[in-house]
Design a protein around this ligand. Sequence first.
Ligand code: NAG
Ligand code: NAG
Ligand code: NAG
Length: 425
Amino acid sequence: MNPAGLIFVLALSTGTLALDNGVMRTPPMGWLAWERFRCDIDCDHDPKNCISEKLFMDMADRLAEDGWRELGYVYVNIDDCWSSMERDANGRLQADPKRFPNGIPHLARYVHDRGLKLGIYGDFGTHTCGGYPGTTLDKIHTDAQTFADWGIDMLKLDGCYSNATEQEKGYPLMSQALNATGRPIGYSCSWPAYQGGLPPKVNYTLLGEICNLWRNYGDIQDSWSSVLNIADWFFDNQDILQPAAGPGRWNDPDMLVVGDFGLSYDQSKTQLALWAIMAAPFFMSNDLRTIDSRSRSLLQNKGIIYINQDPLGIQGRRLIKEKSGVEVFWRQLSGGPSVLVFFCRREDMPYRYQTSLKKLNYAAGTYQVYDVYEEKLLSTIKDSTDFVVSINPSGVVVWYLVPAKQMLTDTMLFGGDRLDIPNRL
Ligand SMILES: *[C@@H]1O[C@H](CO)[C@@H](O)[C@H](O)[C@H]1NC(C)=O
Ligand SMILES: *[C@@H]1O[C@H](CO)[C@@H](O)[C@H](O)[C@H]1NC(C)=O
Ligand SMILES: *[C@@H]1O[C@H](CO)[C@@H](O)[C@H](O)[C@H]1NC(C)=O
């Protein structure tokens, strides 16, 4: 199928209903505690890194002061291990009093005062994965109301300690309960990850109607093998997953681990590029207080963010998996531009990959090409002309392409020779 035909089919598929709470029309961006800080509750010995209000205030400060918020990174998300082991006298969840001495409403105000949003974690089941109080069927309305009263903006609802029959009731019921509070709360459902992520057990039409995003697959770890394993699973199953995404309803391959310990510089570029192709949520899980400047500039790359946040919300696809270890990914953006990611899974040396736009299903014509990571306008190319890209081991080359008939002057499309990002925030 050529890109034009594909665009038509995909555009139709995004006409399906999305959860009608008005939030997350583009993939949510922000910071989430889990991968980097896990269930570290030892504030006596590790006060800087333990799950406490201090950690979330520190991250809110960084998001607000270090240029993240302006780029769209606005969620500050609490994960497991925030609560007390007991509900309060009225049966409501409560934060651990020692680690959150001012309580969650205070933290929500702190975050909101900085132009950010606060996310929290719950678990549909008897306990959270970390053993804290869970939300059983009889507690769903109470917990939804508690989160709304506190000023919460997003709920990640995990699924430890419940079975498939219960989850079939619980996840839709929480969606209704959140709606009934009258507060728009982004709703992240871990449900499909507990059902193997694929039909017939998972119904993506239903998920799109009740959740804003959903974890389809296992947790990410701070390693290249984990990033690769997740990317492979999502693209191997793209025929099922890709049509499920659209404005307000996103597949979630889990957090960005760029800025942590496990990825090289090239692997960091690869995670960001593939997550942008997937229209994935951009939740960083790293330490924004100590992040190195190279990782920061990758995470703050305006071209990558622009691609990820395309308002059309059509998830991209893998076009080709070559025997050489090169894979090519493609995403259509609104208004005509498209993106190509050339990825090399080889482990030897930069690989010279030769192809043409025609071989990548592009319609006949001439295209203006911008290299997103190099921040360079390349020469214009014809669909039929062979070209060579040099791709680093476990690295990517990311091209942003504009059809020549739409070609704009450098100054209209690019500020200097950088991609000029319209302010969509
Ligand atoms: C609740 O659902 C209705 C109907 O889908 C929608 O119009 C409304 O905006 C929703 N409210 C919230 C707070 O999500
Ligand atoms: C699921 O859990 C409920 C409540 O504990 C129980 O009644 C039911 O039998 C379980 N169903 C299955 C299929 O295990
Ligand atoms: C999936 O969910 C949708 C929306 O609720 C429903 O119309 C459809 O029948 C379900 N599909 C299956 C196979 O159960």
